[in-house]
Ligand binder design. Structure first.
Ligand SMILES: *[C@@H]1O[C@H](CO)[C@@H](O)[C@H](O)[C@H]1NC(C)=O
Ligand SMILES: *[C@@H]1O[C@H](CO)[C@@H](O)[C@H](O)[C@H]1NC(C)=O
Ligand SMILES: *[C@@H]1O[C@H](CO)[C@@H](O)[C@H](O)[C@H]1NC(C)=O
Ligand SMILES: *[C@@H]1O[C@H](CO)[C@@H](O)[C@H](O)[C@H]1NC(C)=O
Ligand SMILES: *[C@@H]1O[C@H](CO)[C@@H](O)[C@H](O)[C@H]1NC(C)=O
Ligand SMILES: *[C@@H]1O[C@H](CO)[C@@H](O)[C@H](O)[C@H]1NC(C)=O
Ligand SMILES: *[C@@H]1O[C@H](CO)[C@@H](O)[C@H](O)[C@H]1NC(C)=O
Ligand SMILES: *[C@@H]1O[C@H](CO)[C@@H](O)[C@H](O)[C@H]1NC(C)=O
Length: 649
């Protein structure tokens, strides 16, 4: 009986016909937000250092290495020599802070001691962020500061930790005495002699041991970059940045959420410590378990936005630390001034104090900052009352007269001053997100909304996070986004949290993208967001009338882009069948169907080395049904699927 009912079920699925007919209006009813699909970045689980930031060396300037696994770490700025190892027998090293120091921000350095009688090569190797990508088709460069007495070559090479194979060698001539203090050296730009088959490599710097026998040398800010996105100095990791650029998003929220807040006094993400020469950036005990270099600082983040043509949503610190410590009203003014200075630094011309500082740091043209968000999740840890009572207003009343064309965003749900938006951050399971489909249908139109963080973190119950999103989770997000798109007159922007995480560090929590040193995992959510923004009509939301059924298991939204009608339909447990579509007023006798599918709702995408992607995107051409212009039969090949119908004219 069990068997036959299963067979019956399968037959029924194959034969089922759906009577659902969707008719799409010919012209837009409401405006749609040009900003609707965006990115939210913060350094979480090595999405900055070891992720988007192109720096390959880990613990490059001894700024603290209390790297835990996610929030279990308790980052500090206590220097260690972690992630470094010695070349040459008897070579040892320790943290040293003798004078001269490289800078007051980078006051500790590594002392490398070479034993008497040393011969051969001596030096040090770095572990990288879970290894190094060694790719002979790419250019690399390394540099560092040196103090000591040495005249000879320094050899830089990648080496496999599995079999000792060397992949490259570039020599740099050093000639220096101790009395000269710190000097900076750059290697020539080099290509590895061959590519490594995996990331299990170190990067080493070695010296002629006989010349250093019985001596010590000092090194600091030891840096190496593979060629970066747009070839920027101190730039972004190229493959990750290209994956993000391919998403066709509209904004970048920076520099973080909880990470902006900081764990506890006195550490919040103070922008002044993230700009200027790297020697002047002391590092930051981040909120997500690891110490950060701040190498990917404010200007680098702004440059990222500019290079990808993204509008900036700038988060300024709002007076609340993550542990609940709050700046009192009486003590708030230096922090308000810090936000004013930050805006002047970014947008002021070079005649202003901080605009001049920006120019001094190499960027004379002002940046554009159209959106400012005051704080992050200020309802956390009893922050709500101080936020609505004085914190929000202190910042808003100082910033808005000075920068009246900026759109301001508050981080709690309340009735803010007119024109100010509210940012909501839903996280939860798949069924919760499905239920949010109509969450915005009845929101007051007077308060603009952002969903500048969201994610389906679990498939079923709320216990434990799911490693990589299943197709079902990504489709539940898609249903939620359809609800945003239908209401994009009031929902101004959406962005997933978190954007990027290290696969090595956080395999068990969700992100849009995960990286290892030499691979990039594009999750199911990545493809949903990419398709949603690539096929999105900025010329208005179209109403859709349904007959023969309502929402569930099919969900939809339509928009207009020029003469193109875009209809998105998610089938979340529907049947393998067709939905009838009529585009009112259309003369089109053909349409394009872009379809995202996966073998089942529980499948995930993975790293190439671990099975690769199971989702796929196919493009089909449809003829109009019965030759009737504007009338189509939209076929679903599986119960869980995303279909995007493009009708031109
Ligand atoms: C499309 O046109 C039909 C017939 O005129 C009408 O019944 C339907 O409501 C229209 N659809 C929309 C969404 O306006
Ligand atoms: C290679 O590197 C990965 C990632 O760091 C690590 O998990 C693995 O143990 C390494 N393999 C070997 C054989 O060292
Ligand atoms: C680099 O210098 C070392 C000596 O310091 C030398 O043995 C080696 O041949 C040089 N390598 C190249 C590629 O010239
Ligand atoms: C140093 O390296 C250069 C370039 O690789 C090489 O020509 C030179 O011979 C090396 N010098 C010594 C002393 O090995
Ligand atoms: C931000 O950092 C700068 C530079 O370290 C420091 O002078 C300033 O006091 C900090 N601002 C606040 C409000 O803590
Ligand atoms: C899913 O999340 C919702 C909202 O948080 C919760 O009410 C529900 O119990 C969760 N479902 C399961 C199966 O745990
Ligand atoms: C929650 O879901 C996970 C994954 O499906 C499952 O392993 C676990 O047993 C469930 N826990 C409860 C309390 O239902
Ligand atoms: C347009 O906005 C109104 C609310 O002002 C809403 O009821 C309606 O569903 C929206 N239509 C579309 C197509 O988004």
């Amino acid at each position: 009986m069990h068997l036959s009912s299963t067979i019956f079920g399968l037959v029924a699925l194959a034969n089922e016909t759906v009577s659902l007919t969707l008719s799409v209006a010919s012209s837009p009813e409401n405006a749609s937000s040009p900003l609707l699909y965006g990115l939210f970045f913060e350094d979480i689980y090595h999405s900055g250092d070891g992720g988007m930031y192109g720096e390959l060396i880990r613990n490059r300037a001894f700024q603290g290495t209390q790297d835990g696994n996610g929030q279990t770490g308790s980052p500090s700025l206590t220097p260690t020599t972690r992630y470094w190892s010695a070349v040459g027998s008897g070579v040892s090293f320790n943290i040293d802070s003798s004078t001269p120091k490289l800078s007051s921000a980078l006051a500790s350095h590594m002392k490398v001691s070479v034993p008497r009688g040393a011969t051969g090569q001596v030096g040090f190797c770095n572990d990288g962020y879970y290894g190094f990508s060694v790719d002979s088709t790419k250019r690399y460069i390394a540099d560092f500061y040196f103090r000591g007495t040495y005249t000879g070559n320094m050899t830089t090479y990648f080496q496999s930790t599995l079999n000792g194979q060397r992949f490259s060698a570039v020599n740099t001539s050093i000639s220096q005495t101790s009395a000269q203090g710190w000097k900076q050296y750059y290697t020539d730009v080099f290509n590895p002699s061959s590519s490594a088959p995996n990331a299990n490599n170190t990067l080493c710097f070695s010296f002629d041991g006989s010349k250093l026998a019985g001596q010590s040398i000092y090194v600091n800010l030891i840096s190496a970059f593979k060629q970066t996105f747009n070839n920027r100095a101190n730039g972004l990791r190229e493959d990750l940045a290209m994956a993000l650029s391919d998403m066709n998003q509209a904004y970048l929220r920076l520099p973080g959420g909880n990470n902006l807040e900081g764990n506890a006094p006195p550490y919040f993400l103070n922008w002044t410590q993230t700009v200027g020469p790297l020697e002047n950036r002391p590092g930051f005990p981040g909120t997500w378990g690891s110490t950060q270099t701040n190498g990917l600082g404010l200007v680098e983040l702004m440059q990222w936005a500019e290079d990808m043509n993204l509008d900036v949503v700038l988060g300024v610190w709002g007076g609340l630390y993550l542990n609940g410590a709050t700046i009192t009203q009486a003590d708030l003014s230096p922090y308000v001034q810090l936000a004013l200075d930050e805006m002047e630094f970014l947008t002021g011309d070079t005649s202003t104090k901080f605009g001049a500082l920006r120019a001094q740091h190499g960027r004379s043209a002002p940046f554009k900052v159209p959106y400012v968000e005051i704080g992050n999740e200020d309802f956390l840890n009893n922050g709500y009352n101080s936020y609505v009572n004085y914190r929000f207003n202190a910042f808003y009343q100082a910033l808005s007269p000075r920068y009246p064309n900026v759109n301001y965003i508050s981080t709690v749900e309340w009735t803010p001053p007119s024109g100010v938006a509210v940012d909501l951050h839903p996280y939860g399971n798949e069924s919760y997100f499905k239920s949010l489909f109509n969450a915005f249908d009845h929101k007051p139109r007077s308060i603009p909304l952002f969903v500048a963080e969201y994610a389906v973190t679990n498939s079923g119950n709320n216990t434990g996070q799911t490693g990589a999103q299943t197709f079902g989770m990504a489709l539940a997000e898609a249903i939620f986004l359809l609800g945003c798109e239908r209401n994009s007159d009031v929902v101004k922007g959406t962005s997933y949290g978190a954007l990027i995480k290290s696969y090595d560090e956080a395999p068990d929590t969700v992100a849009v993208i995960k990286q290892t040193a030499d691979e990039v995992l594009l999750t199911m959510s990545y493809y949903v967001q990419k398709l949603f923004s690539t096929y999105y009509g900025k010329d208005g939301a179209l109403s859709v009338a349904a007959s023969g059924g309502g929402f569930d298991p099919y969900y939809w939204a339509a928009s207009k882009s020029g003469s193109r009608t875009i209809l998105k339909v998610v089938s979340y447990g529907g049947s393998k069948s067709s939905v009838a579509v009529v585009v009112n007023g259309s003369k089109a006798t053909g349409a394009t169907l872009v379809r995202m599918s996966a073998p089942s709702s529980t499948r995930i995408n993975n790293l190439k080395s671990r099975g690769g992607e199971s989702s796929s995107i196919t493009t089909l051409q449809l003829n109009s049904a019965g030759g009737q212009a504007g009338t189509f039969s939209l076929p679903f090949a599986a119960g869980y699927e995303l279909a995007i119908l493009l009708v031109d004219g």
